[in-house]
Design a binder for this molecule. Structure first.
Ligand SMILES: Cc1ncc(COP(=O)(O)O)c(C=O)c1O
Length: 436
């Protein structure tokens, strides 16, 4: 978690007083500690990139992406995974080196592919043969050669919420690992004049604490590498093993160092390549949550407190499922505290509810807190990943601001939306315009 100081009455985060942050920038407020991001990147460098030859790290931008984050990731020397034309556009605007960008997604359209290919994207991770044909057509039109990986569905299950499992045989992502499928896909890619097949990709899911599904997937994909070598003489140059490494949200979550996953992946690939007589490809990892999740907190102001005698007590906050969709989407759990009563004794059980018009707009259930009163600042921990990036305008609620703390200085990196932002794209058809 992002370095809270537990000895202070007011929660300090990354060297800043959280109540002051709330006063200065307003709430709800996403606060991100740059030092935590850099620390995570450094751990990846020490424990993966410098430890194993021929490896690459790519940050999965879907977890949290904006111009500042692109710059941090670029300075760390990592690649970037984008999953839509919008994320790609952001990376372009940030001046991110395009040769280090991986373009994912199960239904990329022609205009997204055009944007990617015309800007010399590093890799496109291809989800289907339909997409292969689109890429070949666009690349031909632009007279460019595009490097691709095939996304494979390894057919493994991961122990995480069912909505964030992606490696199972029935997944919407990737090509199923079946002999005929694979041979057909590789043959077709080899035949393409404007495409260069670099290898394979898999991603088994998110918030995973056990390395088994990664290791089992490496085993299966290594068998694919052997198959295509024997049958088609195709040598796999790259294997992207996705992300998915779990982080701390609530007590009981295991905190895994990066090498718990990466050492196991490397051991398996080396062992398989030896036994199957294969060259070891470049191994790529693609974590998102693991890099940014624990670097973020969200601050809210408590408004009304509602007690239903002998049944339940609620504290209502000035945000909710618009800034953190995960509890409503897949029952995600969080730790939270009252920032201005950080070391006060916890005397009540209370449920934190948002301000949206949905019963499921509950952020944290049955939380133990000191007496909660209007005006208190609630802090939710580990909100760096998939909070801001999933923020939405349900109920026409403006999106919260994002503040980055670097060396004790807090700066806005994404401004708070206002009401005018919310209706900027509205248009009145002629027949509804006011009479003059
Ligand atoms: C293809 C791909 N790579 C990487 C990630 C990052 O996952 P995580 O944030 O769990 O590391 C995702 C997340 O959905 C993904 O779909």
């Amino acid at each position: 978690m992002g370095r809270p100081d537990r000895n202070n009455e007011v929660l300090q985060f990354a060297g800043c007083d959280t109540v002051e942050l709330a006063k200065t920038f307003g709430t709800p407020l996403y606060v991100v500690d740059e030092a935590v991001i850099k620390g995570k990147c450094n751990e990846i460098r020490q424990e993966f990139l410098l430890k194993h030859n021929n490896t690459k790290a790519v940050y999965a931008g879907k977890a949290f992406l904006n111009l500042a984050m692109c710059k941090i990731i670029e300075r760390e020397g990592f690649g970037l995974d984008v999953v839509s034309g919008g994320e790609l556009y952001l990376a372009l605007e940030a001046g991110f080196p395009m040769e280090d960008v991986f373009f994912h997604g199960n239904n990329k359209n022609k205009s997204e592919l055009r944007l990617a290919i015309s800007n010399n994207i590093g890799r496109i991770v291809v989800d289907s043969l339909y997409e292969l044909q689109l890429i070949e057509d666009v690349a031909k039109e632009l007279n460019k050669k595009v490097k691709i990986l095939y996304r494979l569905t390894p057919g493994v299950n991961s122990h995480t919420h069912k909505h964030i499992v992606t490696g199972r045989a029935d997944s919407k992502f990737g090509l199923p690992i079946k002999r005929e499928n694979i041979l057909e896909a590789v043959k077709r890619a080899i035949k393409c004049k404007f495409v260069e097949l670099m290898g394979f990709h898999f991603h088994v899911g998110s918030q995973i604490f056990d390395n088994k599904s990664h290791v089992d997937s490496v085993e299966r994909v290594a068998n694919v590498m052997k198959l295509v070598k024997v049958e088609l003489g195709y040598v796999t140059k790259e294997l992207n093993t996705g992300g998915g490494y779990g982080i701390f949200y609530t007590h009981g979550d295991l905190i895994r160092p990066i090498n718990y996953f990466t050492d196991a992946i490397m051991e398996k690939i080396i062992e398989k390549c030896e036994t199957l007589d294969l060259e070891i490809p470049t191994i790529i990892i693609e974590p998102g949550r693991w890099i940014i999740g624990e670097a973020g907190i969200t601050l809210y102001t408590v408004g009304s407190v509602k007690e239903i005698p002998n049944i339940k007590k609620y504290a209502f906050i000035d945000g909710g499922m618009t800034d953190n969709l995960r509890p409503a989407l897949y029952d995600a759990k969080y730790e939270a505290a009252i920032a201005n009563k950080y070391i006060k004794e916890k005397t009540e059980i209370i449920t934190i509810a948002g301000k949206c018009c949905e019963t499921s707009d509950i952020l944290v259930k049955n939380l133990k807190l000191p007496l909660v009163e209007k005006g208190d600042i609630l802090v939710v921990f580990s909100t760096g990943a998939y909070n801001y990036s999933m923020a939405n305008n349900y109920n026409n609620i403006p999106k919260a601001a994002v503040v980055l703390i670097s060396d004790g200085n807090a700066e806005v990196i994404v401004e708070r939306e206002n009401y005018a932002d919310l209706i900027r794209k509205n248009k009145l058809p002629k027949h509804l315009e006011p009479f003059v």
